[in-house]
Design a protein around this ligand. Structure first.
Ligand SMILES: Nc1ncnc2c1ncn2[C@@H]1O[C@H](COP(=O)(O)OP(=O)(O)OP(=O)(O)O)[C@@H](O)[C@H]1O
Ligand SMILES: [Mg+2]
Length: 363
């Protein structure tokens, strides 16, 4: 390993996500091999001192680590990691890989985004993948509905249960399949297929959508045309496709989310997927969104712009290289998939950083 540091790189991630098969580890190993000095930080470990933003960071306590496995071994054992307190403006590239599963984690994520966007406006030389503001905007489905409407199914967002009920009735009369879901649902929670004409519980459904059990005030809900076909996740970095897989729901389930039993299966990309990716990437790059999981649904073959739509954009901790790897059989093949994806991501981030430096220097 060459020892000359080219970039100081930070990976923000929750401790629980730092598993030996994680995307975080793949990125860290690849970046280290490309002469980045890589540190990790948990989202709760920001602090401000003398008007400066710091992070409590960790990195492997070793001059060089030769194998991916050995690297994983270091990262898994806190005693092999060196703790440092670093001003975050010292980093060139910050990868953020922080998801949330409950309201407390959501608050922590939002605070992290506030720290990072403040840093970004004070120190525009720091390159962030993804941009904190972009991640806040595109976290729910509002951003997609407004900014990527050409590729989305017909989608309505409202807090008004009477309007929801009317949309459901109209769709039932037209025999059009529709889906209802809460705006901030996670992992498929609250996604329901609205029953056809004649069902007498539409009003209750509309009320439940905007007033879910755990909420104390009403929340917006989504009513969307139902898509048919195959639900696939396409992992992208900018306009580059890192890989794709389809998610097949268990029988009697419309939701293909993996933690609801959906399985990852191989998927052959179609021209329509490439067309959607290239157009979507163009738009979302403007908001600093690069490493994303694009969920698209439509026929598995001969997809067209009429029958294929995107469902959502995952920007906080998109899919994983692990799912791509799981499609390969041999150890060797898995390593190849992992390395190729991590290489594209890290290279792209380096290019972003260089472009940013040269445009700032010209100002
Ligand atoms: N309009 C739709 N037509 C057909 N199936 C849908 C539709 N909306 C959602 N689904 C199914 O339900 C699953 C979950 O929906 P969606 O991705 O919108 O919410 P979520 O997974 O809860 O959100 P997040 O990915 O942000 O956690 C989708 O992956 C898809 O299988
Ligand atoms: Mg989803």
């Amino acid at each position: 390993m060459n020892t000359k540091t080219k970039y100081n790189t930070l990976i923000l991630t929750r401790g629980r996500d730092m598993t030996p098969d994680s995307t975080e580890l793949a990125l860290a190993f690849e970046a280290t091999n490309r002469n980045h000095k890589v540190s990790f930080q948990k989202p709760e470990n920001f602090y401000v001192k003398d008007g400066k933003l710091f992070g409590i960071t960790h990195r492997p306590n070793a001059e060089s680590i030769d194998s991916y496995e050995a690297f994983g071994h270091y990262v898994e054992n806190e005693s092999f990691m060196k703790q440092e307190n670093i001003p975050l403006e010292d980093f060139d590239i910050i990868f953020s890989r922080v998801a949330y599963r409950n309201p407390d984690e959501k608050r922590e994520f939002e605070n992290m985004c506030i720290y990072l966007s403040s840093l970004q406006s004070l120190n525009p030389r720091v390159t962030m993948v993804n941009s904190p503001l972009g991640m806040v905007m595109a976290g729910a489905k509002i951003y997609e509905t407004l900014n990527l409407k050409t590729y989305m199914p017909e989608t309505h967002i409202t807090k008004d249960s009477k309007r929801l009920e009317k949309l459901m009735k109209d769709a039932a009369l037209e025999k059009q399949g529709i889906i209802g879901k809460p705006i901030d649902g996670m992992g498929g929670s609250g996604v329901i297929e609205i029953p056809p004409s004649g069902y007498r519980g539409l009003r209750t459904l509309a009320e439940v959508l905007v007033e879910p059990l755990e909420s104390t005030s009403s929340i917006p809900a989504i009513i969307q045309s139902k898509l048919e076909g195959v639900d696939r996740r396409i992992l992208i970095m900018g306009e580059e496709i890192l890989g794709a897989y389809k998610r097949v729901p268990v029988e009697e389930e419309i939701r293909a989310n993996i933690h609801l039993g959906g399985t990852v299966q191989p998927y052959e990309l179609q021209d329509i997927d490439r067309e959607i990716v290239s157009n979507v990437a163009e738009t979302i790059k403007r908001d600093g969104l690069y490493f994303c999981g694009l969920d698209i649904m439509g026929p598995e073959e001969n997809g067209t712009i009429e029958n294929t739509r995107m469902l959502e954009l995952n920007v906080r901790c998109p899919g994983s290289i692990k799912s791509l790897e799981s499609l390969a059989e041999s150890y060797h093949e898995k390593a190849e998939i992992r390395n190729a994806a991590a290489n594209k991501i890290v290279r792209y981030a380096e290019d972003l950083h260089e472009d940013k430096l040269s445009s700032l220097d010209q100002e």
